[in-house]
Write a protein of this length. Sequence first.
Length: 578
Amino acid sequence: MGYRYIALIKDVAGAADNGDCQLADKLRDLSLERRGRVRRVTLFAPKETPTLSLPGGTVLLGDLYDRDSRPVVDVACFQHLSTHQALRQHLLDHYWGEYLLIQPIDEDSNGVTFMRDPSGGVACAHSPKGKFVTSDPSIASHLGLHREQIDWEFVSHCLIYPYMKISRTGLADISELLPGCVLTVADSTTRINLAWSPWSFVAPAEQHRDPAAAAQVIRNVTTSVVRAMAETDGSLLLELSGGLDSSIVGVCLATAHARIAACNAISPLPGADERHYASQIADQLGIELLQGLLDFEESGIEFSLPRNSLRPAVSSLARMAARIMDNIAELQSANSVYSGGGGDTVFCYLKSAAPAADAFLSLGLAACWQAIIDLSKLHGCTVAKAARLTLRKLYMPPKPACKPVYTLLTRNHPAPPLELHPWSTAPAGALPGDRERIFDLAGNQMFADVMLRADHRRVRMPLLSQPVMEACLGVPSWMWISGGRNRAIARSAFSGQLPAEILNRRSKGTFMNYTFAMYRRNKETIRRFLLDGHLHAHGLLDPDKLNLFLDSPLKARDQSFMRVLDLCMIENWIRNHA
C-alpha cells in the first residue's frame, strides 16, 4: 500500500513527545518511530521509510526525483529558496515523486501545511478537526484517536454519483487530501488549497505544435519515470494485460536495473484472453509470462477488505484480480506491483467528437476538417456523421462532470449536495476535449482505492505520475487521433519498441462475459445479500425494483446488471466497516 505513517498534531503530538507510555507503546506495536518534527507536528513512520530534511524546518516523506529522474539525496540544492511557498513551488516545477511534504506556515506561526504530490503516490487521510494526518485511519483508531463510523451521507452521495472522487470518505470525520492539494492546519481550523492543477498544462502556451517532438518527449519522460521507480523498488511484478498501456510500461522496464516478473490474469470465458499479446512483451523482457486464472468458485460478492479502504471501490472482479497478483507477487518476492492504469486517459483515448471541436476552436477550419477525417477512420463512420457530431459538440452546452443515477433506489431518496473533485471546475474557455480528459483524469484517482494490495507491497501506476501527466496534457487532443488511431502519439512514441501486433491493434480484451456469468450464477445470493443488508435497512434501496430487475431477462450486450454489482460493492464495503 506504499509508505505507512502518522503525523500527530498539537496536544496529541505533545503527549507522544512527553512520555505518554501508553501512546508510545501503541506506536511501537505498529513499528512506528519518530522520524521528524515540524512545529507542533510529530511524524512517525517505520525506520526504513525514506525522509528528507529540507530548508526551513520542512520534512518530506517518500521518494523525490529530479526531472532527469535521479533520486534526490543531497538537499543543498534547495538552500537558496527563501520561503516555504518558494520551496513548495520549486518542488512542483523541477522535481517529482511520491511524497508528502510537511512545512511550517511561516516564521511567526505555529501552523503547518501538508502537501500531497500530484500523483497521489503516498496515501493521505486526515481528521478535519486537525488531530492527525495518516496513510491509514486504522493507525489512528489503534492509537485511540479515531472511532470508526460510517458517513451515511457519503454513502448516499456514492449511490447517486458513482465513481466521483471527492475528498470526503465513507468514514465519518475522515477526509482524504487529494493529490496536488495542500492542507493547512492553523490553531483549531483547517483549509484545503490546490497547489497543482492539470488545467495549467493544457493552456495554449504549453501545447506542442509538432507531433514528432511531442512523441519524443513522451517516450523520454515515460521511460525515465518507469526506470526510476523500478530501480527504487528493486523487484516488481508487472500486471501485463497485453493492451497498449501495460505494454508501454513493460517496454520501459527493459533498461531498468531491477528484477522483473510479469503476470496475466485470464478468464475461463472468451473475450479476455490476452496471452498472445502479453507474451510478446514478456519475451522482449526475457522473462516468463506467469498466469493466474479467475475462478468462479471464488467469485463471491462478500469478502474482506483492508482497514485502510476509505470508500467503496473494490468490486468482486477487482478483488479476485488482486488476490491473483498478490499471490504471485509473494511467490516472486516482489516489492511492488506495476500497472498501466490510467493510460487510456493520460493518452487521451476520447470516444467523442471533442478532438475535432478542439481543433476548430484552436486552429480553425482546415485543422478541424483533418480531425473530422481522422474521427471517421477511428470510429468507422462516414465523414458526414463525424462532421455532424463535431458541430453538435461545438454548439451544445458542455456536459457536467457527472450525472445523478437513481436506478434501483427508493423514490423518496434525498439527493445529497453534489460535491466535486477540485479539477472539475473548468476555467473559462476550456476546450471540450480538455474538459473530458481532465474530468476523466480526476476519476482515475479512484484507481488507488480499487487496487488495494497486501499492506507491505506498493502499487505503482507510472502513467499517472506527475511528469507523464504533464507531458501528455501538453499534447492537444486532435493529435491523439492522428491517422485515425486512438492514442496515436503514444503509439508513435514507442513504435520502435512495441511489437507490431500490439502497436497496431484496435481491439481490447474485456472481462464482461466473465462478469455477466458471475452475476447470473449469483443472482439469488445477490438478492439475499442486498435485501438483508444495510442499504435496504437504511431505506436507500427499493426492494421492488431490485426484485423486478433480478427476475427480468437481459438482452444481449445489456450491461445494466453492472449497477447491481455496484450496489453489492457498496454493501460489502459497509459490512466491512459497520
